[in-house]
Design a binder for this molecule. Sequence first.
Ligand code: AMP
Length: 505
Amino acid sequence: MSDNLFDRLVRNTTDLARTAIENVDGTIYSYGDLFDLSGRLANVLVQQGVKPGDRVAVQIEKSVPALMLYLATLRAGAVYLPLNTAYTLAELDYFIGDSEPSLIVCDPASEKGMTELAAKVGAKVLTLDPLGKGALMDAAAKAPTSFNTVARKGDDLAAILYTSGTTGRSKGAMLTHDNLHSNAATLVDYWRFTKDDVLIHALPIYHTHGLFVATNVILFSGASMIFLPKFDPERIMSLMPRATALMGVPTFYVRLLQHPNLNKESVKNMRLFVSGSAPLLADTHREWSAKTGHAILERYGMTETNMNTSNPYEGDRVPGAVGFPLPGVTVRISDPETGALLGADEIGMIEVKGPNVFKGYWRMPEKTAAEFKPDGFFITGDLGKIDAKGYVHIVGRGKDLIITGGFNVYPKEIESEIDAMPGVFESAVIGVPHPDFGEGVTAVVVRTKANAIDEKAIIAALQDRLAKFKQPKKVIFMDDLPRNTMGKVQKNVLRDQFAKLFTNG
Ligand code: AMP
């Protein structure tokens, strides 16, 4: 039997009339439509010369046909390679050159530039616009619906997703059919998805969260999703009475909390709110519980590993914690310098092993070797701890660790103290070059309203709470923290912006 992810996702789909996707414009795609459209597109891929193992690179806006192209690529046995829609042509030059796709699907607006890049690697180019129209769909309309999904082995590549590359070059994470299947199966069980679920899908589909977690979980459970092109709080509020689940990044919840109609009544039909991709503030978690009666379920994953940990479906969903290792996944903490394993509550590097963990970085054997331990554990680059009850806590990316006067400072500890102060909405603590200390601890703070609290008050409040070396040497106020599209605070941007704070250079 083939291990092709597509076959495994839809193996139990017998009722073809069931709704798979409701598009934002009200168009309904049944599971039968999903088979037909992905079949047509798979036929187009083959007509274009795409062979099993070839990369199909796509940079297109979110639409139902765009999602069908993902399924079609799986069915053709090729490797799906989604690219962030924000990437410029200059950036795409690297991704296309590195991945050498045989076909590129892009927005008509970037066709000209993309054709030049494609020529360098001998790739063909087809277009798909945000409404799901273009050369790709024109060809699909003429292609047959039936397609025999190409057999694949579990270890064959299903997708390559480039990491966001905030330090150094972005790397292509190679994900196999087994990686994606195992994680989908685990999450369906862990989060209790059934065919009766209706998910509000408002995440981008070039990232692991919206593409794999949301989509694969829904297809695997035979459930349905309402497909929104982007996050839209007003629309989400209006959809919740007939939906059961929402998967989001923390910003979704922060924004929805500002909606005047959010209350227990408005979420009465919902059973699950999942958050991930960036840390959810403990305050947001508590405020959401107070307003809606639902504890947000926070989970932790990354492009390279799919999902690693999750708060429990039943049992305590602890604010500020990312829960337990998922079934089949092992998480351990090691000393970042010596590699020695650490005990409960000790902070160190988070390492992960399991069927969810990727195969390696595309054409970067040395990088791959450097990030795996000899016993197969992947070094995530995240710092964290496992508490006595077994909950995993993340304290930040390793590269965000601050070393000041020879002491290690974990930003999360200081951020939690500052975030808890009245008048503070959120904060980001960074280290920037300092002539005496190497790095100077710096807090960037967003207030609930202008002048709600000042630098002196923040520093004074930390005097008895934190050791002197951990206390910020400067507090800077901003209206908003810089975030990427997945809601992650871009500390590298802050570090660049404030690089000369202590050096006057
Ligand atoms: P990405 O590869 O874009 O999915 O980013 C993965 C990174 O996001 C992880 O390595 C973590 O640093 C961060 N991340 C994901 N989920 C969480 C979470 N629930 N809490 C804190 N950080 C998270």
